[in-house]
Design a protein around this ligand. Sequence first.
Ligand SMILES: [Zn+2]
Length: 225
Amino acid sequence: MNFIPLKSGKSVEGDEIKAYKSETKGPSWIYIMAGVHGDEVEGVYVVQKLYEWLQNQEDIQRPTVIIPILNVDGYRAGTRTNAHAVDLNRNLPSKDWTNKGREAKYNPGTKPLSEPENIYLDKLFQKYPPKLIMSFHSWKPFINTNGDCLEVAQFLERYNNYEIVQDEIAGHPTPGSLGEYAQQEYNSPVITFECPLLASGKSLKEIWDENAVGLQALMRSNLLD
Ligand SMILES: [Zn+2]
């Protein structure tokens, strides 16, 4: 797949947020993104490796947008939140956005979409409407689904054996999250892919290795058509 750099976004501290789109166009796009939480290096690594791999696959032609690291300031600083200490995954303008974060690490910001990183993300969504978003995080390994993407999660589970958590069933409210917002505003399902943490004893390479075959097969699968 050939990719073209998109106009970069700007973080709170003025750093470039890079994004790329495939040369293959379509009415809607697969998003592969990471680094919403800056300290979740495992997810960033998996997306980096997947992106490298995709660039060498001439046989895959799929409208795709790649955002390697959304929260570039947090990534540089090693923090979950951005430089305003806001959790970008609680700051999106979903219907249930609230200014009450349960804990400091879930600080939703002063108002919905207050943060430049999310404004940039939303502009990309407007210009290149998502059909499925896969956002890579890290925690205990599981695959969280929002909206109609259970089949995709089950496909991946066959390779990595991560537990599937369906938001509709788990009932764990995440106001202002991408999972809620993208579904409401763009009718796009969201896979929040939680990679294992380095603290679990696995290396970045091992985390990629246990996901490579499944993610590569998914990119070739008609589940994404
Ligand atoms: Zn996260």
